[in-house]
Design a protein around this ligand. Sequence first.
Ligand code: BDR
Ligand code: CA
Length: 311
Amino acid sequence: MKKIIIDCDPGHDDMMAIMVAAASGNTELLGITTVAGNQTGEKTFLNAQKILTLLNRKDIPLARGADKPLLRKLVTAPTVHGITGLDGAELPEPDILPCKDHAVELIADLIEKQAQPLTLIPTGPLTNIALLFLINPGIKKHIERIVLMGGGVYDSNITPAAEFNIYVDPEAAKIVFESGVPITMVGLDVTNKSLLSFEEIDKIEKKRGKVSGIVGPLLRYFAEANRKIFGIGGAPIHDALAVISVIEPSVIKTRKLNVEIETDGRLTRGRTVVDVYGVTGKEQNVDVAIEVDIKTFKEILFDTVKRLDVL
Ligand code: BDR
Ligand code: CA
């Protein structure tokens, strides 16, 4: 059983990532931590509490992390995720008792309790993970791999050069990418293809179950926002692909490439600079996702909603 921790900024696709992990039979979700990103730290934490309440998973430890990037002012994504960070449907009010610890303490605690190294899945800005490595560098050897949603080889969203999670806290991303921990980068080149169409979202909503009845309208809101801003014909469930690739590794194909983070660029802040042709001769430090098996991705998503509806 693979043990995982999700560090996230829910966010519609973060919510789907949590749901996939919660429903999976072959991974154990040890804990969830939140970070400011899609919305403020307060709102992403509240959303995580609501998601766990909806799923009735009071047993999963949840802790709040950084409210702002290491050095920069926080940039949020209200045009994509709304004012609450999860616009489109009402989730139940929180009925769980979150940890008092900071996210960084909870992650360290969970890692130290495990006999085997585990997998970290960050689906928001990398602030908490960078803080963890700055405060506790020894922890790195207990992490088998970081599978993160962020960056892109050719694709971008928040600027013509950068993907949102890396753009928000590029200094944190640099620390994580240079940490020496094995990294899989699940970026926009594959996640923008990992779409649910409007028809597929309708199908989910029509089930009118405990989870599908809420996920449907939320995903429609998210799909509309993506259509309006990026001209995408559906909801790209970016963050869920990172989790699905841990549960079912064959869902992505990767190439080992050198990746560096641009922190200084005037126009290119937060770009993941990927050396596709090996022209720098630098170490191939990241497994970069370059292809996705959409059919399996969708099957796992539909199966997730089906399972959670009857729990
Ligand atoms: C990433 O940015 C956020 O808006 C999403 O939740 C996802 O993690 C996509 O660029
Ligand atoms: Ca996210």
